[in-house]
Design a protein around this ligand. Structure first.
Ligand code: NDP
Ligand code: OXD
Length: 313
């Protein structure tokens, strides 16, 4: 039997509703799609497609039963304050893996081929000859080898870098040496030339990029964080860059995006900031994934990529 029509609320501070609403309306012709703030009566909202909670929070929607996240990460939805009955699915868009891999490969190659140093030399008017080294001598570690990390680790390995992956549960990835759990973190970090963070932000991973972790890396290692800003203890990064423990950092995510204008990262010569652009769901393909999950939920079928509310990702 056809389910009665329902109302779907769309809210994002990142994604453009004019890209999403027409596609969702075509794919879900029987549902009413409303773009916040034009939400109508909050009591009529059944489902939501969100990057973050709309102002006023989700308690305003007493009938809301399912949230499809526009982000692969879901920490920005503040899962802890959502009613326990609310089910949440995250974005797994196959187009995002290669996009993330490309971002991380670009950042790793920039360090491996010493473009960072060449940029500094040029600015100082120096012709510094730094001989290139083979990628075989530049081990890269990827923290988090889930949907995005696995594609990234595999792409780095295909480029000739020795690659290690670290996850919560043991994993096996072709061409990647895998480590799991806290007990294997020191072995994972030992000797890395570059560390890439693609973890979800949870109570376990908040602040994981800190002085104690940096001290396990060799002097002159590089950090690339495209997970979440709160993975990083910013003061510890500044200290590690000052001491030479770390030689540079590429940060796509920050505690505050954008950071305040007086933030030391803006003008730090060893920090490269990018504005949360590493990977983004493309409405062209991802709108049908969202519509499919909504239809699954409506038919009481298992939804795809449901978030484990206890685990937080
Ligand atoms: P997944 O859930 O598919 O993968 C997460 C990985 O992290 C898994 O391998 C998981 O281990 C591992 N992990 C989680 N907690 C721990 C822990 N405590 N210790 C060790 N490993 C852990 O997520 P995605 O790959 O889809 O996305 C990862 C993150 O990337 C997102 O949560 C988001 O924060 C960020 N992101 C950033 C974007 C950007 O543009 N900068 C774009 C999209 C995402 P296990 O396999 O054992 O579960
Ligand atoms: C994210 C995303 O989680 O853009 O950052 O999907």
């Amino acid at each position: 039997m056809e389910a009665a029509p329902c109302t779907v609320l769309f809210h994002s501070t990142l994604d453009d509703p004019s890209e999403w609403i027409p596609r969702l309306s075509t794919l879900l012709p029987n549902e009413t799609i409303r773009a916040w703030p034009d939400e109508g009566d909050p009591a009529n909202i059944d489902l939501a497609v969100l990057w973050t909670q709309p102002p006023g929070g989700l308690e305003r929607y007493p009938r809301l039963s399912f949230v499809q996240s526009l982000g692969a990460g879901v920490n920005q939805l503040e899962l802890d304050v959502l009613p326990p009955r609310l089910r949440v699915a995250r974005m797994v868009d196959p187009a995002m893996g290669p996009m993330m891999a490309e971002y991380c490969l670009t950042a790793v190659l920039r360090y491996h081929r010493r473009f960072d140093a060449h940029e500094r030399s040029q600015r100082a008017g120096r012709w510094d000859f730094i001989p290139p080294v083979s990628p075989r001598h530049f081990p890269v570690g990827v923290m988090g080898v889930g949907e995005l990390g696995a594609v990234t680790a595999t792409a780095l390995a295909a480029h000739g870098f020795p690659v290690r992956g670290w996850s919560s549960r043991p994993r096996s990835l072709s061409g990647v040496t895998c480590f799991a759990g806290h007990s294997e973190l020191p072995a994972f970090l030992d000797g890395l030339a570059a560390l890439v963070c693609l973890l979800p932000l949870t109570a376990q991973t908040r602040g994981i990029l800190n002085a104690a972790l940096f001290d396990r890396l060799p002097n002159g290692a590089y950090l690339i964080n495209a997970g979440r800003g709160a993975h990083l203890v910013e003061a510890d990064l500044l200290a590690a860059l000052a001491s030479g423990r770390l030689a540079g950092a590429t940060l796509d995510v920050l505690h505050e995006e954008p950071p305040p204008s007086d933030h030391p990262f803006w003008r730090h010569e060893r920090v490269l900031l990018t504005p949360h652009v590493a990977a983004l769901a493309d409405p062209d393909g991802a709108a049908s994934l969202v519509a499919d999950n909504i239809m699954r939920f409506r038919r009481s079928e298992p939804v795809l990529n449901e978030v484990d509310r206890m685990r937080g990702y």
